[in-house]
Design a protein around this ligand. Structure first.
Ligand code: KFV
Ligand code: CO
Length: 153
């Protein structure tokens, strides 16, 4: 029997019993040309607090994570010219870059997306920031949105 969209009932495979594998929006990823200035904007405008800062070498980014309820705003700036976000910044300027959906199992969510014909950018789940496990899906196979699947731990 359906238990509603807010149910946290889970199956053994990690999927929500009633609502699929996406359990929450984990973060919105916003690419900026000046990380400190963008952090200052969120602090001054909204009183938002930075809860984490990290350089993720594989992605060539430095991030500042600000809390927004149980979710995050992830401000990103490139640390090297050949990174994905440097290319995006040069083309588009600062702006919304990706959506991170929280999942219980990145592997389960990735397998499900690939089985449905979605193009994965990561062949297997890999480390993200703050100790998460992540996998990206190509925006051209996801209605123009770069999707990041985010598993805690
Ligand atoms: N959103 C929507 N469309 C995008 C896009 C984006 N973020 N990036 C690129 N595109 C479109 C772009 O407009 C173009 O369309 C096509 O995809 C190819 O883009 O109609 P068009 O003009 O042909 P390119 O050539 O500009 O870029 P490409 O070299 O193909 O790289 C795009 C992509 C998505 C494959 C690359 O950015 C990628 O592999 N991204 C995954 C990794 C990543 O983005 N890392 C940074 C975030 S790290 C993070 O969030 C972490 C670690 N974390 O824990 O949260
Ligand atoms: Co992200």
């Amino acid at each position: 029997m359906s238990t509603g969209v807010n149910s946290s009932e889970q199956t053994a495979g990690g999927a929500a019993a009633d609502g699929g594998v996406l359990t929450a929006i984990d973060h919105v990823g916003i690419v900026v040309d000046d990380l400190d200035a963008a952090v200052g904007f969120y602090e001054q405008t909204f009183g938002a607090k930075v809860v984490h800062r990290e350089r993720v070498e594989k992605d060539g980014v430095e991030e500042a994570l600000l809390a927004a309820g149980g979710n995050y705003v992830q401000l990103l700036t490139p640390t090297r010219e050949d990174s994905a976000v440097a290319k995006w910044l040069a083309k588009h300027g600062s702006g919304l870059h990706h959506v991170g959906y929280r999942v219980d199992s990145c592997q389960v969510a990735l397998d499900r997306a690939v089985a449905a014909g979605v193009r994965a950018l990561d062949a297997a789940p890999r480390p993200g920031s703050r100790g998460t496990t992540v996998a990206f899906l190509h925006p051209k196979s996801a209605y123009g949105t770069l999707i990041e699947l985010v598993q805690e731990g």
